[in-house]
Design a protein around this ligand. Structure first.
Ligand SMILES: Cc1cc2nc3c(=O)[nH]c(=O)nc-3n(C[C@H](O)[C@H](O)[C@H](O)COP(=O)(O)OP(=O)(O)OC[C@H]3O[C@@H](n4cnc5c(N)ncnc54)[C@H](O)[C@@H]3O)c2cc1C
Length: 376
């Protein structure tokens, strides 16, 4: 590809990048969306869309229900024999990331973004009038770059640092026996375990998703084998042991992602200039709160609405102001869930005072700080 000059390049075709490309295009820009994979791939993700995520998707013309998403109206928290069921204020939907990412990339394309799948950015060169993106198919010059590469850090950009490390994000699609799949209808089971926490829920096409954070040290003994992983979980929870007994695993190994700085929020001064990070590149929500995709979509939406009129520092400030409060609560929840005494106490308290969970659900919602920013 010859060197082309484009005003705005968005790197990464996940929720953050697609929302940014969609709202930029809808507001009159002609952004380029560069995605390294030729077609959407499975990702480490619980695949549960919160009501805020669903709201942004609706604005983008994406309807997960029509794509087969499974509804979730209740969460069952389990820690050993302790159980607590909570009815969500706003129902959620679970949809595989392959299906979701395909739909949001198509939405960006329909809105007028130029979507380039199979193009990986491999380096950046800053020049006086813009930045040259070195891609697998040649150089592309842009005056502004939205960086939405998700969980991947790159050697040519300062890495995200801080937050909680020592965890492995793991995900496995399963085919459960019919009675277990039926038992999970409308339900997200959240298992708080000695080695971490995992969520289990149905997604589309007769599949269920098991996904969560496990301590690296505990996972090591499984040899990264799917069955050994299920056995590790079954040993820590009688309910999981029952549910997973006849589960068919779809892949020999669970999908894994290491070294994520859970709880990270980007500082205003992180270089380089002219490049605005969004989604997981800006803030890493611990998965327990289930708001990572909402935060990614909202950050892309904010950039899409405000990029033309604001410099990067103002945008970073707006993102920090919007995301810091829910991220703080999500971090406490993550730490509490990881500590045996604290999680027992929290579950007991929640069983007596379900209104606390309702308050937490509200305060962890990134929409409270971000939905109205940039939209005037
Ligand atoms: C264990 C776990 C469970 C989770 N469960 C949930 C949940 O149930 N609900 C929820 O809302 N959130 C959940 N999350 C969080 C959620 O997955 C992320 O917050 C969300 O995917 C972030 O979106 P993003 O667009 O920033 O990044 P991504 O979705 O990771 O997309 C980044 C894209 O960039 C592309 N890319 C990377 N490098 C390059 C490059 N050099 N050039 C071009 N393209 C590139 C990638 O291929 C990818 O498509 C979970 C996270 C974990 C770890």
């Amino acid at each position: 590809m010859p060197e082309t000059f484009k005003k705005i390049a968005v790197v990464g075709g996940g929720p953050a990048g697609c929302a940014a490309a969609f709202f930029l295009a809808r507001n009159g820009a002609r952004p380029l969306l560069l995605e390294k994979n030729t077609s959407p791939q499975s990702k480490v993700c619980g695949e549960v869309l919160s009501s805020t995520a669903l709201g942004v998707l609706e604005e983008m013309g994406v309807t997960p229900r029509a794509l087969g998403a499974a509804p979730i109206t209740r969460i069952l928290f389990c820690a050993g024999c302790q159980k607590m069921e909570y009815s969500l204020r706003h129902p959620r939907l679970a949809l595989s990331r392959t299906r979701l990412d395909e739909a949001i990339q198509n939405a960006a394309r329909r809105a007028g973004a130029e979507v380039l799948p199979g193009l990986a950015v491999q380096g950046l060169v800053t020049e006086s009038d813009g930045t040259v993106l070195q891609t697998s198919a040649g150089a592309i010059k842009a005056v502004r770059i939205l960086w939405a590469s998700g969980k991947r850090d790159h050697p040519f950009l300062p890495a995200r640092q801080g937050g909680e490390s020592g965890w492995l994000g793991l995900k496995l699609h399963l085919r459960l026996p019919e009675h277990q799949r039926q038992r999970l209808e409308g339900l997200l089971e959240m298992h708080l375990l000695a080695s971490g926490y995992v969520g289990l829920c149905n997604v589309e096409a007769g599949l269920s998703n098991l996904c969560g954070l496990i301590r690296v040290s505990a996972f090591r003994g499984t040899g990264a084998d799917s069955r050994a992983f299920l056995e590790l979980l079954a040993r820590q929870s009688p309910l999981l042991a029952q549910t997973l007994e006849q589960a068919e695993t779809l892949t020999a190994k669970p999908l894994a992602v290491a070294a994520q700085p859970y709880g990270y929020l980007q500082k205003l001064t992180l270089p380089p200039k002219g490049l605005l990070r969004i989604g997981d590149q800006f803030a890493v929500f611990p998965p327990l709160c289930g708001e990572g995709m909402a935060a990614a979509l909202l950050s892309g939406r904010l950039a899409g609405f405000s990029l033309a009129g604001k410099d990067d520092v103002s945008l970073k400030l707006a993102l920090r102001r919007g995301l810091a409060p829910p991220l703080r609560v999500a971090r406490w929840m993550h730490r509490g869930a990881a500590h045996p005494l604290v999680r027992t106490a929290i579950l007991r308290l929640m069983a007596r005072r379900p209104d606390i969970l309702e308050t937490l659900e509200k305060t962890m919602d990134p929409a409270r700080g971000l939905l109205n920013i940039g939209v005037s």
